[in-house]
Structures are given as structure tokens and as C-alpha cells.
Design a protein. Structure first.
Length: 128
């Protein structure tokens, strides 16, 4: 079982982003990359549970808000203008092997980096 520790992830420009542990609540581990304004923090949550049918589920969620300064009545205030989300659920049979689970994880990792996904999700292009 891994200890709760920082996650360092690269963005599209290959810059490192450090998500530090925030807490574990009800089995959900939360990590944030602080912007100095809590409302604008990038956030990752990771949860693992077992369904009544014996399936093992790992749920990962990423939220990346975009902040802008808004001036209202001469007062400048940081505001979240939009948020990008990624929700991913990995679900495994209770009889799955370590190799099967690691293969699915590798497929998912490579799928997200594949040119097709970059075009569809990154450039919002359709598939023909």
C-alpha cells in the first residue's frame, strides 16, 4: 500500500506540476496543486473500493480550474471562469490477476497519450 505522498505530473509543455497530499476522507485520497487561492487549486482524488458484486474499482478524478481576475465596482477579485475535468474508473473482476490489472493500466496510459486521443480530446476533432 503506497503512502500518501506528492504526485509530480507533467503538462503539455513538459513542465512539472506537484500535487501535494491534502487529506484522506472516507477512503478518498485528495491531492492539490496550490495556486495561492484555494478555489483555483488543481485537484486530484483517488479512491479504491469493492462493489457488492466483488468488482474492484479504482476511481481517479482530476479538476483543473482556470482563474481570471474580475473587476467589480473597482475591486479586483480572482474568479474561476471554467473547470476542465477528467474522470476515470478502472474496474476489475475479483478474480483478476496483477498482470491483467497492470495491462489495463498500461493500455489506459497509452490510450491517453495516443495521437487519436490528443486530436479528439485536445483539439476537439471528430473521428471519421
Amino acid at each position: 500500500m503506497p503512502a500518501l505522498s506528492s504526485l509530480v505530473l507533467k503538462d503539455n509543455a513538459n513542465a512539472d506540476h506537484t500535487f501535494t497530499p491534502e487529506n484522506i476522507e472516507n477512503g478518498v485520497a485528495a491531492f492539490v496543486e496550490s495556486t495561492g487561492v484555494p478555489l483555483g487549486n488543481k485537484r486530484i482524488t483517488i479512491a479504491k473500493n469493492q462493489t457488492a458484486q466483488g468488482r474492484r474499482k479504482v476511481t481517479v478524478k482530476l479538476a483543473v480550474p482556470t482563474m481570471e481576475d474580475a473587476v467589480v465596482n473597482g475591486v479586483t477579485r480572482s474568479t474561476v471562469t471554467r473547470v476542465a475535468y477528467c474522470d476515470m474508473t478502472l474496474s476489475f473482476d475479483g478474480l483478476s490477476t496483477t498482470l491483467e490489472r497492470k495491462n489495463v493500466l498500461a493500455y489506459a496510459k497509452n490510450l491517453l497519450a495516443h495521437a487519436t486521443m490528443v486530436s479528439v480530446a485536445g483539439d476537439l476533432e471528430g473521428i471519421y
